[in-house]
Write a protein that binds this ligand. Structure first.
Ligand code: NAD
Ligand code: USQ
Length: 419
């Protein structure tokens, strides 16, 4: 299974990228882990942090070697640096690349014009650079790109896996599914998808665009091996997903903050299923010139249902949970039809975990263990407002006593991380 095949994991310092790098290394792939540590510098800039402490990449790869005897090659590199990217791809000649390396927060992208621009430049330029490097150096390489279910938005028709056959004025064609997303972040993913589709058509690139739902959980077989192999867990109002925030809010006896009426429905999957989906994708590559799209999630929940699952799981261990509905800072449908297909990965053999069976062990118990690390300011509402931006929240987080870096100190820390 994949012995000595070379795979580059971009975004390998991130929540999903680090467990993925270890998972593939254990399966026998030669893994090159790449990241520019921008996520750690955005934390420093904005005063946010992982609830679970995470080790540096140097410590992680050293610990991995000690625990397993396996090597993961670590490189600090910005995907927006085209020359460096070309040199990396030429050095390792990968059979596949897995691209996680983007600014991934919808609220971050809506803080201000500067944040929207930063998000779109980082994501679209990084992805475009990668397309060029693959085309010119390893044209047969399989690109596995992490997109988002949120690219589709919430249309009033069934969502297909990437493509839809349309009959119009007596003619018919199969076209990329129309996309009406929720944020400037999600829009960057739509642009990536278009660019990948174009590169497949024009250059014959082979690609799989994975429209992933919201991922939860922090325990994989590999992260559980040692605390220095743990992955991050975000809970603040910029980086934390609703499910993570609900679990942390409940742990510190705060009510779960549902924005608006709570009918907003999304796809969800366990991080162990993310590992399985990407491995299945890697082991079953598309043909040259094929741009395959899979919808990568296992279950769907509205926010009201999600809050009920959290409450029910806590009740099993005698804990009570309150819920509050707040004015919605985002502009999104709060009651809507939602029926996305997601059979392609199941057909390849995915065996899903289900949230109601695993939430207690995959998130709640872990959050209970680390709840002493919660700074309540990061749970405060309101969050970034889609209509007015969120500079005040960004500045409040960054300037609070618990996280007061003067500009010079922050700049030095950010610089030292970049090296
Ligand atoms: P993350 O922020 O934890 O990790 C992303 C990593 O990419 C970070 O370590 C960051 O430093 C790195 N990065 C960003 N820009 C870079 C650049 N220009 N060059 C090199 N490295 C760069 O995010 P995550 O939660 O692990 O998500 C991974 C991918 O999956 C993202 O593309 C995200 O949009 C997508 N996704 C995530 C979820 C989820 O629930 N977490 C759901 C759907 C899709
Ligand atoms: N929400 C609340 N309360 C909160 C926080 C959020 O009700 O305290 C609501 C939001 O308004 C939204 C829903 O929860 O309706 C989902 O928001 P989220 O923050 O959990 O997730 P989202 O912004 O969609 O982004 C996350 C990841 C992103 C990924 C996306 C997958 O951060 O990287 O692309 O999930 S998807 O949702 O399928 O687009």
């Amino acid at each position: 299974m994949g012995e000595s095949k070379s795979v580059i994991v971009f975004g390998a310092d991130g929540y999903i990228g680090w467990p993925m790098a270890m998972h593939l290394s254990k399966l026998g792939y030669k893994v090159v882990a790449v990241d520019n540590l921008s996520r750690r510098s955005w934390d420093l800039e904005g005063g946010t942090y992982s609830l679970i402490p995470i080790a540096s990449m140097e410590t992680r790869v050293a610990r991995w070697k000690t625990e397993t005897g396996l090597d993961i090659v670590w490189r600090n590199l910005d995907m927006c640096d085209a020359e460096a990217l070309d040199a990396l791809v030429a050095e390792f000649m990968p059979e596949a690349v897995i691209h996680f390396a983007e600014q991934r927060s919808a609220p971050f992208s809506m803080i201000s014009r500067e944040h929207a621009v930063r998000t779109q430049v980082n994501n679209i330029v990084g992805n475009l650079n990668l397309l060029y490097s693959l085309h010119s150096i390893v044209p047969e390489c399989h690109l596995i790109k992490l997109g988002s279910m949120g690219e589709y938005g919430s249309p009033n028709i069934d969502i297909e896996e990437g493509y839809i056959t349309i009959e119009h004025n007596g003619r018919s064609d199969t076209l990329p599914f129309p996309k009406v997303p929720h944020s400037f972040y999600h829009l960057s993913k739509v642009a990536d998808s278009q660019n990948i589709h174009f590169a497949s058509r024009v250059w014959g690139l082979r690609a799989t665009d994975l429209n992933q739902g919201v991922v939860y959980g922090v325990q994989t077989e590999e992260t559980a091996m040692h605390p220095e192999l743990f992955t991050r867990f975000d809970f603040d109002s910029i980086w934390g997903t609703a499910l993570n925030r609900f679990c942390v809010q409940a742990a510190v006896a705060e009510p779960l903050t549902i924005y608006g009426r709570g009918g907003q429905t999304r796809g969800y999957l366990d991080i162990r299923d993310t590992m399985a989906c990407i491995t299945l994708t890697l082991e079953n590559p598309p043909n040259m010139g094929e741009c395959r799209v899979f919808n990568q999630f296992t279950e769907q929940f509205s926010l009201n249902e999600l809050a009920s699952v959290v409450s029910a799981a806590r009740e099993k261990i005698g804990l009570q949970t309150d819920v509050v509905h707040l004015p919605n800072p985002r502009v999104e449908a709060e009651e809507h039809y939602y029926n996305p297909k997601h059979t392609a990965l199941l057909d390849l053999g995915l065996k899903p975990h289900f949230l109601s069976d695993t939430l207690l062990t995959s998130v709640i118990e872990i959050v209970e263990a680390y709840k002493g690390n919660v700074d309540p300011v990061l749970l405060e509402v309101p969050s970034v407002d889609w209509r007015t931006g969120g500079n005040e929240i960004w500045e409040k987080y960054a300037n609070r006593d618990a996280f007061k870096f003067n500009a010079e100190k922050t700049a030095k820390l950010v610089e030292s991380l970049r090296r």
